[in-house]
Design a protein around this ligand. Structure first.
Ligand SMILES: [Zn+2]
Ligand SMILES: [Zn+2]
Length: 425
């Protein structure tokens, strides 16, 4: 019995000791976490101050890009200005990565995790920065520079990646094929829009270049000798208009005629058009491609014109929104006074080459409101918004939220693991 008493009292002592030790470690863990929590809040407050202090220079750069619009793969000025800014702020810059002259990669820090912030800076023909890519570029460099403090505190690295020609050539698709994103853990890019939304719904998209070859003849004296390539094109557009009534919900087929003949008194021997075909999922895009092609083939048979076509090499993939990452971004935007939505069914669908990146790396592509809903992206009004005070506010909030989200990612390996887990599911 004594033995039992002795044993039980020893067990009691051990149990008490164990309890005390576990309490000690738990409270030490708690205070460590509390300390980290304070460090995170302090870093985020510093980031807000830093972006506020840099707002003047970021605005100036954004307006400079806005008033010097450059089309895809010709963004030499924007690339030079952006990389100069990053270089001046301790980033090591590699211009012309992936054999694309106007692409770049700017890195800060060492090792994993590697967090990428994407910058677009191409404009639209005639409309200039009607997609607000000047704001994307400047929020990316602002966010990148402000996030340096998080790298200094927690380690890891940040890459600001300049991705040209989003609008018409799918620059990121080419860069993805050439391995630009193979070493990334997370990717973020913020696009200006007409509502605050943490996620984006996009359509898979492919381009189509079409030509008809007919036979020239005098349009009045000998029309019977001609084969009218313009009529073949018009007939194709009419067939597509008929097809459009019977395609699935958000699918889109649209295009322009780029050659409709040379003179009214010559039967057009050549016509050409650029088309885009979009769908909510990849299999339906393939189905739709065939239906669209049949419209052109039918017109070729009807008119006798010869059809030549080429599908674009760059196919814009659907956007995969990483919701864990989107929630972090949402929290940070909330602290800045913006209420982000998750999927806005009212929001118009487009396509983005960020979709292709999101298939490779956990990604987000949130929208930040810079204009009221009645204004549409790719319009002169939106181009004006991209240089307005609301645009600058969007830039500033986007840069802050990007850098604050970098803090969250670096401070917590658990969060990164959760993001990864969601991605591989
Ligand atoms: Zn656009
Ligand atoms: Zn855009």
């Amino acid at each position: 019995m004594c033995i039992f008493v002795a044993l039980s009292s020893r067990l009691e002592i051990l149990a008490t000791l164990g309890y005390n030790l576990s309490m000690y470690f738990r409270s030490r863990d708690y205070s460590r976490r509390e300390g980290e929590g304070l460090a995170i809040e302090k870093l985020k407050a510093q980031i807000i101050d830093e972006i506020n202090a840099r707002c003047g220079e970021l605005t100036e750069l954004s307006l400079k890009i806005h008033s010097n619009p450059e089309l895809g793969f010709q963004e030499h000025k924007a690339q030079a200005w952006l990389t100069r800014y990053l270089e001046a702020n301790d980033f090591s810059v590699e211009p012309g990565i992936c054999k694309l002259a106007t692409a770049f990669k700017a890195s800060y820090g060492k090792g994993r995790p590697v967090i990428a912030i994407l910058a677009e800076y191409d404009a639209l023909p005639d409309l200039g920065h009607a997609c607000g890519h000047n704001l994307i570029a400047c929020s990316a460099i602002g966010g990148g520079v402000a996030a340096k403090s998080a790298i200094d505190r927690f380690g890891g690295s940040i890459q600001v990646i300049g991705t040209p020609a989003e609008e018409l050539h799918g620059g990121k698709i080419i860069m993805a094929e050439r391995g630009a994103f193979s070493d990334l853990d997370v990717a973020m890019m913020i696009h200006p829009g007409v509502c605050d939304s943490a996620t984006t719904q996009t359509l898979a998209c492919v381009s189509l270049e079409v030509e008809f070859w007919g036979k020239a003849a005098h349009a009045a004296a000998r029309p019977e000798d001609g084969i009218n390539a313009l009529e073949a094109m018009l007939l194709s557009f009419t067939a597509i208009n008929s097809l459009r009534q019977h395609i699935k919900g958000k699918s889109r087929i649209h295009g322009i005629i780029t050659d409709g003949g040379k003179a009214a008194n010559i039967v057009p021997a050549h016509s050409a058009a650029s088309m885009l075909v979009r769908a909510e999922d990849e299999p339906y895009l393939d189905e739709l491609k065939q239906k669209v092609l049949n419209c052109f083939k039918g017109a070729a048979t009807a008119t006798g014109a010869r059809l030549k076509y080429r599908w674009g090499d760059e196919r814009y993939a659907l956007m995969r929104n990483n919701l864990t990452l989107a929630k972090l971004f949402t929290q940070n935007m909330k602290s800045l006074g913006r209420r982000m939505q998750i999927h806005d069914p009212e929001e118009a669908f487009g396509s983005t080459d960020m979709g292709n990146l999101s298939q490779l790396v956990p990604s987000i592509h949130p929208f930040v409101a810079i204009a009221p809903r009645k204004i549409t992206v790719h319009s002169p009004q939106f181009a004006a918004a991209a240089a307005s005070e609301a645009g600058i506010r969007g830039l500033s909030d986007a840069a802050k939220a990007i850098a604050m989200t970098v803090v969250d990612l670096l401070a917590s390996p658990e969060v990164l693991a959760k993001i990864r887990q969601e991605f591989i599911k």
